[in-house]
Design a protein around this ligand. Structure first.
Ligand SMILES: O=C([O-])CC(=O)C(=O)O
Ligand SMILES: [Mg+2]
Length: 635
């Protein structure tokens, strides 16, 4: 809303910020405009409201000279058609139209008669009053009418912008149907087209040009009580590569899962995209691209910006804000995690979250294939964040179970990158994070030969390249194993190493298969095969909740192991009989509470928890702290 001339000589919010609470400003405006405190203490303005004509009365004589009185009537009192300079004056207790347009508080047709009266909404809505349940039904009907997933995505984003609780209610109650829309695979397409579909900013954009001003930018975000930040620099969005500033879809999507799946309050979630340019020429030449039109900054500029960012976050939100790194390219992901783990509560979802979810799947799969982890041989296609992250967690668990040194346990795990099997003779040319996986072996240049040479029982795809598990690869795996475990983790679906149908057909129905992005049931030889979704979405929401409820200050590998085991414990005999190595997403909030409880328990055990005393029943405590999307009642 704009107030004409806006009564302040210094026509900007900064002008307002110079006033203190004691310099009270009495305002009588349109009856539905209840003006109260502005967000920031330094901008607090005591304001009272009378019903009546538009009058601004300044009580403090010292402020009088800064103000002009505005009258009501035919005049353009809100300066809607004025070309003069105006102050965008906003009110903070919403009522009337501003309440209906406030996504956090809007309930649409579900506002009761009493609320409509109390909040000056009578006449602004049609007479009917409906329940949230009916709104869910109606909105789901709407969404289902779109055939194109991206259209459903846009409808969901619009809902989030219009009525946040309804958005989360839909997501919580229809998680299996809507996850592929707000998350992988559709979010991948949304990021590719983000510039064209961009309507409203849903997070903070920090560009290399903002160097020196990051703290100021964080302060522009309306919420102060931030508990989780998901940040990307857009350089490796899913398996789609460098999408620059358009990677914003990922932090937004991940954080909506933090809320829907892990029960973290939406106001406590902050999506951030760091824009240091992009090396994607297609985007640089795209007229609708929303980011900086330049190549990525050099290593030093990048490191300086990230350093300022990490310091600003800690300064603004304290020790206990979770900073989740998402979809950074390998070279930065490992460095950032190593650099900031000792000083910040950082979590890399692609390295650590994916590792925990895959280990959980393997723990379940053992119940189908037999043996312990140490009895198996693991071969990875892809030696990046996911590949080496999973490999390391498997080795850590083997080492704990069998009491062999970690270096020894690592020998059970083999990795193939774009140059072939990672072996000792390649050591000097390998990036640091691949070096632990260079075992003694002849050079092998491709995956099929690596499968023949290593004879793995478990094959994991984490290369970001689609259709790399060929018929021959799957057949060869099946020739050595009665039940080959095949995980095609790359996202979105287009980058999956093979489809569920290919895995079941080529293995003649023997494979235990899961994938990063979802596949529907497959019929093979008259039997229906269901595959699980091996995606970090099972882990990070509950993991984050566990960190928050314990007040953890650092992430520890043992917490990842605890999360894996908690997830694996949710897989029942009934799931296993269907070939599922993950529980259905339908129960995810319950699962997240169980994961949170185990992560929190580990934090207490490791003396990393700051919330004391430790609650007696951590599962019940976790559940009690979860955000509910049900509407609140307004007085
Ligand atoms: O977003 C997902 O679906 C999983 C993930 O972290 C990635 O692929 O980078
Ligand atoms: Mg990711």
């Amino acid at each position: 809303m704009f107030i004409k001339g806006t009564t302040f000589k210094n026509k900007s919010l900064m002008g307002v910020s110079t006033m203190t609470q004691s310099q009270s400003l009495k305002v009588s405006i349109h009856p539905h405009t209840v003006v109260a405190m502005m967000h920031r203490p330094e901008t607090s303005v005591g304001v009272s409201v009378d019903n009546g004509p538009m009058v601004v009365e300044v009580v403090d004589p010292k402020l009088k000279e800064h103000c002009t009185v505005v009258d009501s009537g035919f005049d353009d009192v809100y300066a809607e058609d004025a070309e003069e300079i105006v102050t965008p004056f906003s009110v903070s207790i919403a009522s009337g139209c501003s309440l209906l347009r406030n996504p956090r508080h809007n309930k649409g047709l579900a506002f009761t008669e009493k609320e409509r009266d109390a909040h000056y909404m009578r006449g602004l809505l049609p007479p009917v009053v409906i329940k949230q349940e009916l709104q869910v039904k109606k909105t789901m009907n709407d969404i289902r009418q779109y055939d194109v997933p991206l259209h459903k995505y846009k409808a969901m984003m619009e809902l989030q912008e219009r009525n946040e609780r309804l958005f989360y209610k839909l997501l919580v109650e229809n998680v299996e149907e809507l996850l592929p829309i707000v998350y992988t695979p559709t979010v991948g397409e949304a990021c590719q087209k983000y510039g064209s579909i961009f309507k409203r900013s849903q997070g903070l954009f920090i560009s290399i040009e903002d160097k020196g001003r990051i703290l100021e930018i964080l302060n522009n975000w309306p919420e102060k009580n931030i508990q989780v930040i998901v940040v990307t620099d857009g350089e490796r969005i899913l398996g789609l590569g460098d999408l620059g500033c358009q990677g914003m879809g990922i932090p937004v999507g991940k954080l909506s899962l933090y809320t829907a799946l892990g029960g973290i309050r939406p106001s406590a979630c902050l999506p951030i995209t760091i824009d240091v340019g992009t090396n994607n020429d297609k985007l640089l030449n795209d007229e609708f691209y929303i980011g900086l039109r330049q190549k990525r900054a050099n290593t030093q500029e990048y490191a300086e910006l990230m350093n300022e960012f990490m310091s600003a976050v800690k300064q603004n939100y304290g020790e206990k804000v979770i900073i989740q790194f998402e979809d950074f390219a390998n070279h930065n992901a490992f460095d950032l995690l190593a650099k900031y783990s000792p000083t910040h509560l950082v979590f890399n979802d692609d390295i650590q979250g994916t590792a925990a979810v895959v280990l959980a799947g393997l723990i379940s799969a053992l119940k189908l294939v037999g043996g312990s982890l140490a009895d198996h041989r693991f071969l990875f296609l892809g030696a990046g964040e996911a590949g080496t992250g999973i490999a390391e967690l498997i080795a850590l668990e083997i080492s704990k179970q069998t009491h062999v040194p970690l270096e020894e346990a690592r020998k059970k795990v083999w990795l193939v990158d774009s140059k072939g099997l990672i072996v000792k003779s390649r050591l000097n040319s390998l990036q640091q994070f691949k070096k632990p996986w260079a075992h003694e072996h002849q050079p092998v240049t491709d995956l099929l030969d690596a499968v023949k040479a290593i004879r793995p029982t478990v094959l994991v795809g984490s290369s970001g390249v689609g259709q790399t598990f060929t018929k021959e690869v799957v057949e060869t795996m099946s020739s050595y194993n009665k039940k080959p475990v095949i995980l095609a983790l790359s996202n979105p679906t287009s980058q999956s190493e093979c489809t569920a149908e290919q895995a079941y057909t080529w293995s003649q129905g023997c494979a235990i298969f899961a994938s990063g992005s979802p596949f529907g049931p497959v019929e093979y030889n008259g039997k229906i095969y269901m595959s699980g979704q091996s995606n970090n979405a099972y882990i990070f929401p509950g993991f984050g909740l566990g960190l928050i409820i314990s007040g953890a200050t650092r992430v520890h590998d043992d917490m990842l192991l605890a999360a894996s085991k908690a997830l694996a414990a949710q897989v029942t005999q009934e799931h296993l009989e269907k070939g599922l190595i993950y529980p259905p997403f339908a129960n995810i909030r319950k699962i997240s509470a169980c994961i949170a409880a185990k992560v929190a328990a580990k934090a207490y055990e490791l003396d990393l928890a700051s919330r004391l005393p430790q609650p007696e029943n951590l599962v019940a405590y976790a559940e009690s702290r979860m955000y509910s999307p049900n509407y609140q009642i307004y007085r």
